[in-house]
Design a protein around this ligand. Structure first.
Ligand code: FES
Ligand code: FE
Length: 444
């Protein structure tokens, strides 16, 4: 679908003004742009599907989504992973109705066509009588995802063949994914099923927040500061606000001045002793040693958080690791998916405590999650209507007054500030570039 002239003009203007820190408010949750997003953003970006540890055994599967595409991701007999459309080739009925399980085949509930877990159509009820023995089933397998690959145990797919290779797509973001996902040579455990919930907010509000918004912490999460569970000021916490090519971004924060904090985010000895082996270098460990909080976003809608945090006023802080995906349902509604991970070789007691801390902070009922969700909904509502939608939002923070930090250990363009909006500007720039560029398969 090619956008109409008015939309194209709006996009071109937005593309020109976003790096100057100006964002048309009406574009946050625009109904007309939503279809274009599905095609030009979700139709050609790598989308997270699952962690390899969620389907460890032959026959294991999970059902996941890329926007409105329902996808079966299944571990094969040879232990490779395949991903295919969860839609029967007879009448399009949704085939697999459970979220996860172990099956060698899937049978359609409408007429009973049956598919092997690699997508091949293997049985049709009454085939001989109604289709004939010579009927060629091989042309009616489930449609495979055109692109499927993994990095650091994270399985990604693309619904077209128009994404660059996954390594190229992730680029320098791999360095920061390594920092979180490769601490232990024993790997990560995907602990339980992902939690998910629906909120009345546009999906980009979550991505914009996680990619670089340290600024909201002491206001939105003020109650946490008052309880002493967050520092009262995040500006001066040995931070880096790092923009990466491809619209990805991360924030890496150290301990606030004067607040005692353990090295390596408080990870247990079992994990810390294997850091060099897990990372394959010493630089990541050197950075982790002085880090308390890592947040960021893989363009367009996969956010992450690795944080040293307490679940309540009585408990000691400890590290948690979560990924979250902002799955669009429509222009003003999204389904949030949230995964919890823990290092496989950590003590069982640590795993349990870390999970509880995640549940109480960033799980579906977690206090931080509740705070953020309310704001994401308020942005979606607050930018609608001719009056509010007709202004430009301000993303000028750190535009001219913050210089890149030459001492930073990782790749990217780091600003030495807990508060900045460089990442958000780069994120939106990438988003507008995708929206304004036709797909190869568009007849424009
Ligand atoms: Fe699936 Fe008919 S729709 S078998
Ligand atoms: Fe928040």
């Amino acid at each position: 679908m090619a956008p109409d002239e008015k939309t194209m003009r709006l996009l071109e203007n937005a593309r020109g003004s976003i790096l100057k820190g100006r964002l048309p408010a009406s574009l946050i949750a625009d109904e007309a742009l939503y279809k274009l997003e599905l095609e030009r953003v979700f139709g050609r970006t790598w989308q997270f599907l699952c962690h390899e540890d969620e389907i460890p055994n032959s026959g294991d599967y999970v059902v996941r989504y890329i926007a409105d595409n329902s996808i079966i991701v299944a571990r094969q007999q040879d232990m490779t992973i395949r991903a295919m459309s969860n839609s029967c080739r007879h009448r399009g009925t949704l085939l697999c109705r459970t979220e996860a399980g172990n099956e060698s085949a899937f049978q359609c509930p409408y007429h009973g066509w049956t598919y092997r877990n690699n997508g091949d159509l293997i049985a049709i009820p009454a085939q001989q009588a109604v289709y004939g023995a010579a009927f060629d089933k091989s042309r009616l397998g489930l449609r495979a995802l055109p692109m499927l690959d993994s990095y650091a145990g994270l399985v990604f797919g693309c619904v077209s063949d128009e994404a660059p290779g996954l390594d190229e797509y992730l680029g320098d973001m791999r360095w920061y994914l390594d920092l979180m996902m490769k601490k232990s040579p024993a790997g990560l455990e995907a602990w339980g099923a992902p939690q998910r919930w629906v909120i009345d907010a546009n999906w980009k509000t979550g991505a914009d927040n996680f990619v670089g918004d340290g600024y909201h912490t002491v206001m939105t999460h003020r109650s946490m500061c008052e309880l002493g569970l967050l520092p009262p000021d995040n500006v001066a916490v040995s931070p880096a606000h790092v923009s990466l090519s491809g619209g990805h971004g991360a924030g890496v924060l150290g301990a606030p001045p004067g607040i005692p904090a353990p090295p390596y985010m408080g990870y247990p000895e079992e994990v810390v002793s294997g850091l060099s082996e897990g990372y394959g270098d010493d630089v990541h460990g050197e950075l982790l040693k002085r880090t308390m909080f890592i947040h960021g976003n893989v363009f367009p809608n996969l956010s992450f958080l690795n944080a040293f945090i307490a679940k309540d006023g009585q408990s000691m802080p400890m590290p948690i690791l979560t990924l979250r995906q902002w799955r669009p349902l429509d222009a003003a509604r999204m389904e949030v998916w949230s995964w919890f991970f823990v290092e496989r070789n950590a003590p069982e007691e640590f795993k349990q405590q870390s999970f509880e801390t995640y549940v109480r902070t960033f799980g579906v009922g977690g206090v931080f999650e509740q705070d953020d969700a309310e704001i994401f909904q308020a942005i979606t509502k607050g930018t609608r209507g001719e009056l509010a939608g007709g202004v430009e939002l301000n993303l000028e923070m750190g535009l001219d007054n913050l210089a890149p930090d030459p001492t930073w250990l990782g790749p990217g363009r780091p600003l030495a500030s807990g508060y900045a909006e460089q990442n958000q500007r780069e994120y939106w720039k990438q988003y507008f570039d995708y929206l304004a560029t036709p797909r190869r398969d568009e007849n424009v």
